[in-house]
Design a protein around this ligand. Structure first.
Ligand code: RB5
Length: 146
């Protein structure tokens, strides 16, 4: 499975550590940047990963900025994307089981490295449960066409 990863200047170190962790877990990782610590604009990287997920260039995406908020807001503007900011593993797991999130976001200034890895693992190990949740996810996605 291919995971696209993107971040702003606040999350360069965390991005590389999470990318290594993903590789250890057996995932293929595609890095959409930034790899630089100079101040940059998170929407660029949120959009790049979101477009890669939406076009199926990668299977899922992980986005990291200072809080996870700005980069997830940008990603959610791309049609077909369901990105959620998760600061602990239970929300990450449920965001896949119930909301079928295709992008996980979190903040390098909010969660520590070990917690970030637990969040990533919980998200990747979870599966969408379908059923009544499918109806609700369909309703969310229909909003894009209104
Ligand atoms: C950058 O300073 C910061 O605003 C960004 O990383 C993120 O937290 C925005 O939501």
């Amino acid at each position: 499975m291919k995971i696209g990863i993107g971040n702003d200047h606040a999350a360069v170190d965390m991005k590389f550590e999470i990318a290594d962790y993903l590789k250890e877990l057996g995932y293929e990782v595609v890095n959409y940047g930034t790899d630089k610590k100079e101040s940059c604009n998170y929407p660029e990287y949120g959009e790049a990963v979101a477009r890669a997920v939406a076009s199926k260039e990668v299977d899922l995406g992980i986005l990291i900025c200072g809080t996870g908020v700005g980069i997830s807001l940008a990603a959610n503007k791309v049609k077909g994307i369901r990105a959620a900011v998760c600061s602990e593993p239970a929300t990450a797991r449920l965001s896949r089981q119930h909301n079928n999130t295709n992008i996980l976001a979190f903040g390098a200034r909010i969660v520590g490295m070990e917690l970030a890895k637990d969040i990533v693992k919980a998200w990747l190990d979870a599966e969408f449960e379908g059923g009544r949740h499918q109806t609700r996810v369909d309703m969310i996605m229909e909003i894009e066409d209104k």
